[in-house]
Design a protein around this ligand. Structure first.
Ligand SMILES: [Mg+2]
Length: 221
């Protein structure tokens, strides 16, 4: 009999799978721009997520007016991925547990990780382009940072999995909305108090295989 209670693990990407604070900031660093002013305005709710993306892309266009989706893909060529992901994914698959990514980051990075490590699905945000590949400056919000739980529930429905069978893993306050849909929530290297307080388990680790003892343990209680 199968004694692992979970059937789906929903991963945040930035700061969890992608071993850096954010896939957006990764591109800013590669381009040599500073978006801290935009981040501050977004945190203070003075601009919405669409405007946040618009202003971030505008910074890249200042450096390169013809910046293209290929330039962004090139920036992710040497992207840092958390240690232990290969073993973690193999263990989840061995236990018939599906894995998905729900990220407010850039979908190029999410797709790379999803393909390289054999995730069942992913959702992240898209940079819109003209036909020739140049960025229009607008983004497509496939994952709404105000409620990442919504996209998570779509995946749960798609895979026919209920809250009791679902695990959520994240590192920041935007992931709390995902935790609400899961029966096990893990704050992995948390960066704020909201996510730490909302989580069932708080885990500080440089290797993501450390999640497995919680996910694969027989249900407590
Ligand atoms: Mg994150």
């Amino acid at each position: 009999m199968r004694d692992v209670p979970y059937r789906l693990v929903v991963f945040d990407m930035d700061g969890v799978l992608f071993d850096y604070v954010s896939s957006w900031k990764w591109v800013h660093d590669v381009m040599g721009v500073d978006n801290s002013q935009n981040l501050k305005l977004f945190r203070e709710k003075l601009i919405d997520e669409e405007e946040f993306i618009r202003r971030d892309v505008a910074l890249w266009k200042e450096i390169n007016p013809n910046v293209s989706i290929d330039d962004i893909a090139a920036a992710f060529k040497d992207m840092p991925v958390i240690d232990g992901l290969q073993e973690t994914m193999a263990a989840l698959r061995y236990n018939d547990i599906r894995s998905v990514i729900v990220s407010g980051g850039i979908d190029i990075a999410a797709r790379k990780i999803a393909l390289a490590y054999d995730f069942d699905a992913y959702a992240a945000n898209t940079l819109l382009t003209y036909e020739d590949g140049r960025l229009t400056g607008e983004g497509l919000l496939n994952v709404d940072l105000r409620d990442k739980g919504r996209k998570m529930r779509e995946f749960m429905q798609h895979f026919g999995v209920g809250k009791e069978e679902t695990v959520a893993i994240g590192n920041s306050f935007v992931d709390v909305k995902m935790f609400e849909n899961a029966s096990l929530s893990i704050a992995f290297n948390p960066i704020d108090e909201e996510v730490t307080e909302a989580a069932d388990v708080v885990l500080e680790s440089r290797n993501i295989t450390d999640l497995l003892e919680y996910i694969l343990a027989p249900r407590r209680g």
